[in-house]
Design a protein. Structure first.
Length: 228
């Protein structure tokens, strides 16, 4: 598994990752993490949680990967890990590890996979989940309901009615059961630069989806999963 540690990229094998994850009560996995600020801040507030940021763009995660590698007195954290991979090809080491699975303000192929929605992308998300995994997804609702903005991302205009008619059944068929759909404001966990851009100012609305993964991918061998 390709990970960032400080200013370098390293390979973390399955056995080493299992040993790392076993040292913590639960695992948070932030898919499409962007700059990686959200898992870093969550890790700082929850030392019993291994927090993983997953993104295909390694350059965006360098800053927070470097912060995590510092000495503890300078903001270093042992419980945060940045993995370089796209959701289209998640590392098998992450199968069944996430007790909390988050996707905050997706764009590009991840956005299209969630909004169209694409069964392959939903299946990959399900693969990452431990039994009873908590799911949280945040969308820029203002952009989703604007025809020009939606078209620029290659997705249909998506309002709450389309969420109920199209997204919730498709997610449920993939094992991602949405139990809450709501519009929220800037109090969302928009802890990345990208998230702040999308939510601060201009009265932008944020669509929040929460739920659970009821039919998760089997846990990786030798990696017992604990309740979140």
């Amino acid at each position: 598994m390709d990970v960032l540690r400080g200013a370098s990229r390293q390979e973390l094998d399955a056995a080493a990752f299992r040993a790392l994850a076993a040292a913590y009560r639960q695992v948070l996995l932030d898919v499409g993490t962007g700059d990686g600020a959200y898992p870093y801040r969550y890790a700082r507030e929850h030392p019993d949680t291994l927090c993983i940021g997953l993104d295909a763009n390694r350059d965006g995660m360098w800053d927070y990967a470097a912060r995590a590698a510092r000495k503890p007195a300078r903001g270093g954290l042992d419980n945060v890990l940045y993995v370089v991979a796209a959701i289209e090809r998640p590392p098998p080491e992450l199968d069944g590890v996430a007790h909390r699975l988050t996707v905050h303000f997706p764009w590009g192929s991840l956005l299209r996979g969630l909004v169209l929605p694409e069964p392959r992308i939903l299946a990959h998300l399900r693969r990452l989940a431990a039994p009873g995994c908590h799911l949280e997804i945040l969308f820029n609702y203002t952009a989703l309901t604007d025809p020009a903005a939606a078209a620029s991302q290659g997705v249909p205009v998506t309002d709450r009615d389309r969420v109920d008619r199209n997204l919730r059944p498709a997610y449920a068929a993939a094992g991602l059961h949405v139990t809450e759909v709501s519009l929220v404001g800037a109090e969302t966990p928009a802890a990345t630069r990208w998230g702040k851009r999308l939510t601060l100012g201009a009265g932008r609305d944020v669509l929040l989806l929460r739920g659970t993964v009821r039919h998760p991918w089997p846990a990786a061998p030798g990696r017992p999963l604990r309740a979140g």
